[in-house]
Design a protein around this ligand. Structure first.
Ligand code: TMP
Length: 405
């Protein structure tokens, strides 16, 4: 029942930055499929998780103030609504969420050992392993009553075998427990034409429609969905072991998904055409800036921008380098197209004319932080929801630039 929607040809692994420009990397086609049975949109022929989430994994969620605030707020809300007496987080990264819970009653699961060490040092029992039923059985030996809250953020969409993942959750959720997880939303991805949500780590981009079915066949019942603005539009999903009344906002989201046509192949065929246009528009605008002597860089060495740059054929001729605040990324080269990655202190200076928002999902945070750049004439380019230039109009001297202030 799998239908191919889009193929991004010959992409490198999204987070494998190179220490030496001469290094070569393996590339592979990223095929996105739609399962007509479950309505799930997924990457087929996935890369083995141990290559995607190694012991020197570079993505640290605590790099963004927006995410730090977001998870603090989320933890407070969950405390207030569910009063969990025991908590387990799947994919705890650097502890951005878990640190709001008592280490004596909270357990972490994090396969990237560099991050698992951080939460262990913060006092949380951390299993440095991939989440699956085998691990859930191991945890159960020490925590036989299970957990009142099992939480995961931007992690379940990384897990290829969802039936196994949800069985493992069911195994460790207490009878009164809630399973709460958030991931990028498929309808928001489609509306924003943010095709760069598709990269190797994102084994799936979820609709609520698909999740409801998949959870239910593993004994978990979805009862609420909270739309979130983070990561380019996400959903926080609430499920439990017993069937309860679904909230009105969840019913509304399901209706929106159906009205938008997320269950129809033709909707994705239209999306694929818009993606093709976005590629041409981005390449053309960068070429125009380049031909007129503008210095263009990229802001944020994101996994998403690996898809964009490699799919659109953007090399260091069009974008000179990328700035990123993550120390482990600095001094390296981006996967595939090999753009140098430097710190903002080194590369985000008065010589920059235009910056591509690789981290477009943090547009607000970045534009606030870099307001001086804009005030002194700096421009931004984004491809979401369509290719456009952002900045102050008095600094735009090109008649072909359509500006969003
Ligand atoms: P993400 O889009 O996958 O969350 O990755 C964001 C990347 O962007 C991460 O490597 C950190 C980087 N970043 C900056 O360099 N500066 C910033 O102000 C923000 C918010 C992120």
């Amino acid at each position: 029942m799998l239908k191919n929607l889009i193929t991004f040809k010959q992409l490198p692994l999204s987070n494998t930055l190179l220490t030496d420009k001469k290094e070569s990397v393996n590339c592979y086609d990223l095929n996105i499929s739609f399962d007509e049975n479950t309505k799930l949109v997924s990457v087929v022929d996935n890369v083995e998780p141990k290559f995607l989430f190694p012991d020197d994994y570079v993505y640290d969620s605590s790099q963004s103030k927006t995410m730090v605030k977001h998870f603090k707020k989320c933890a407070l809300k969950l405390h207030k609504r569910f009063h969990p007496s025991s908590v387990l987080e799947i994919g705890s990264n650097s502890g951005i969420f878990i640190k709001h819970f008592n280490p004596d009653t909270t357990v972490a699961v994090e396969p990237c050992s560099n991050f698992a060490e951080i939460t262990e040092e913060l006092g949380y029992k951390t299993y440095p392993k991939f989440w699956n039923t085998e691990l859930s059985n191991e945890i159960k030996e020490s925590f036989e009553n299970g957990f009142d809250l099992i939480s995961a953020s931007n992690c379940i969409c990384h897990i290829q075998d969802l039936d196994d993942c949800f069985t493992a959750v069911h195994n460790l959720l207490s009878d009164r427990g809630v399973f709460v997880f958030e991931d990028p939303s498929l309808i928001e991805t489609m509306k924003r034409n943010s095709y760069d949500q598709f990269y190797d780590e994102h084994a799936h981009i979820f609709s609520v429609t698909a999740l409801e079915k998949l959870l239910e066949r593993n004994g978990l019942f979805l009862f609420d969905v909270e739309p979130l603005s983070v990561h380019g539009g996400s959903n926080r999903i609430f499920a439990s072991k017993t069937e309860t009344e679904k909230t009105d906002r969840m019913k509304e989201i399901l209706k929106d998904e159906s009205d938008y046509g997320l269950d129809k192949l033709s909707t994705y065929e239209e999306f694929a055409k818009r993606v093709e246009k976005s590629k041409e528009d981005l390449f053309n605008i960068l070429k125009q800036f380049n031909e007129r002597g503008y210095k263009v860089i990229s802001y944020g060495a994101t996994s998403k921008s690996t898809t964009v740059f490699n799919y659109c054929g953007i090399d260091d001729y069009l974008i000179q380098y990328i700035t990123d605040t993550t120390e482990d990324k600095q001094g390296k080269y981006s996967p595939g197209v090999k753009l140098p990655v430097v710190s903002p202190e080194e590369g985000f200076d008065e010589t920059v004319d235009v910056a591509f928002l690789g981290a477009w999902n943090f547009e607000k945070e970045i534009r606030e932080k870099e307001s001086e750049y804009e005030k002194s004439g700096g421009l931004w380019i984004t491809h979401v929801p369509e290719v456009r230039v952002l900045g102050h109009k008095e600094f735009v001297h090109e008649p072909w630039v359509e500006l969003d202030e």
